[in-house]
Design a binder for this molecule. Structure first.
Ligand code: S3P
Length: 434
């Protein structure tokens, strides 16, 4: 079955859900453990397709990674200088994080490697990492002067750089910090707004020396990385689908357990609260260097708001589902400064505008965002995921706010970041999930 029909629920969404581990944190845990000396243990790893692309890449470079069941990985790191040349092309699938972070890492290895990806990833821009890495002395080739994958990387010795990134991107920042680990001296990355800081939080746990500088971060090259045991927090990007679902379905009261609420990622909670959403953080705690909480969400009457600026990188992956909340709110919502959405797994501004329009939403695409005029209820109909996991899940949530059934087509892509999504949503909302 590659489609799912969502019928409007009869009552509120009530009870508790636990969402899977964070995708960004899971990628980094595999990468840093592979570069460390000794055996690392990673709990609550996200067993999604994207993360297994990173696992497969490091296995190809000689790293032993065992799956112990229950989302637990055991990784025998090979040390900073221990990776082996992959003997075939490394396929990053749909995963931009795998490709961009590995480009930084591989540019500094004493061997040759080639990275490719699926039809979506091969259309995504890579110059944002290729250009600064070239400034460090990296030799990287790709289609359209290094813009599009496949990328061929002739690894070698790099010089440190002080780079002012024109975009707030954790993938760019992390690619350069990874390359910087292999340089003599200090590599500095600055960005216009702070992007997610999981790399900065996790690398010191493995023994790397990082410090914050004005609007940026600096890493000292050639550390000895030591194995570390980590537990990955639940993914706020996955939790966001349930937050919006519980807000737009009247009489809901849902506790979402173990959500990562890192301040560089919690923009969706701030935005939904500003719309009048009732979201409370319960039992705030730290897990593996990351802030975590349970989030209690109650059905709320939402009103339109304006968002832009520094809030956008803090909720970039949640804007598709935020646009669903806006479509069900009273009044107008304006999303600005979100042009990065155009180069995600798909053009998410175009995709959400097209699909929500099919459900009767009053929505206009802009080059850097959307203008959404909310209405009481969306209408039913057939919608497409565009092969993008977050579009598929956002449209499923839209189905809960519609007056009649919504059929979402091409939904297998949700395995990228959220295996089990359809069963979990179906259990709560009373439809048959996959
Ligand atoms: C990610 C960074 C973000 C985000 C992506 C994951 C990461 O992308 O959208 O899903 O793990 O570093 P950018 O770095 O392009 O902002």
């Amino acid at each position: 079955m590659n489609r799912c029909e969502i019928a409007p629920p009869l009552g509120g969404l009530r009870g508790e859900v636990t969402i899977p581990g964070d995708k960004s944190v899971s990628h980094r845990a595999v990468i840093f453990s592979s570069l460390a000396e000794g055996t690392s243990s990673i709990g609550n790893f996200l067993c999604g397709e994207d993360n297994f692309r990173t696992v497969a890449a490091f296995r190809r470079m000689g790293v032993s990674i065992q799956e112990k069941g229950d989302n637990h990985l055991v990784i025998e790191g090979r040390g900073l200088e221990g990776l082996l040349e992959p003997d075939d092309v490394v396929d990053c699938g749909n995963s931009g994080t795998t490709m961009r972070l590995l480009t930084g890492l591989l540019a500094a290895q004493p061997f040759f490697s080639v990275l490719t990806g699926d039809q979506y990833l091969r259309k995504r821009p890579m110059k944002r990492v290729v250009k600064p890495l070239s400034g460090m002395g990296a030799l990287i080739w790709g289609r359209a002067q290094g813009e599009y994958p496949p990328l061929a990387i002739h690894g070698g010795r790099l010089q440190p750089i002080a780079y002012d990134s024109p975009i707030a991107s954790a993938q760019v920042k992390s690619a350069l910090l990874l390359a910087g680990l292999f340089c003599d001296g200090v590599t500095t990355v600055r960005e216009p707004f702070l992007s997610r800081d999981h790399t900065e939080r996790m690398l010191p746990c493995f023994g790397a020396e990082l410090r914050t500088v004005d609007k940026g971060v600096a890493v000292t090259g050639r550390p000895r990385l030591k194995a570390c045991d980590l537990t990955v927090p639940g993914d706020i990007s996955s939790a966001a689908f349930f937050m919006v679902a519980a807000l737009i379905v009247p009489r809901s009261e849902l506790l979402i357990r173990n959500v990562g609420v890192n301040p560089t990622r919690d923009g969706i909670i701030e935005a939904l609260r500003r719309m009048g959403g009732d979201l409370q953080l319960v039992d705030e705690r730290l897990a593996g260097g990351e802030p975590v909480a349970d989030v209690l969400v109650r059905g709320s009457r939402l009103k339109g708001i304006d968002i832009g600026g520094a809030l956008i990188p803090r909720m970039i992956d949640e804007i598709p589902v935020f646009s669903v909340a806006a479509a069900c709110a009273e009044g107008t919502t304006i999303i600005r400064d979100a042009q990065e959405l155009r180069v995600k797994e798909t053009d998410r501004i175009a995709a959400m505008t097209a699909e929500l329009t099919r459900l009767g939403a009053l929505i206009e695409a802009r080059p850097d965002g959307m203008v959404i005029n909310g209405r009481e209820r969306l209408t039913g109909g057939k919608v497409l995921s565009h092969g993008d996991h977050r579009i598929a899940m956002s449209l499923a949530v839209a189905g809960l706010g519609a007056a009649s059934p919504v059929e979402v087509e091409d939904i297998d892509c949700t395995a990228t970041s959220f295996p089990g999504f359809w069963v979990l949503l179906g259990r709560l909302a009373g439809f048959q999930g996959k």
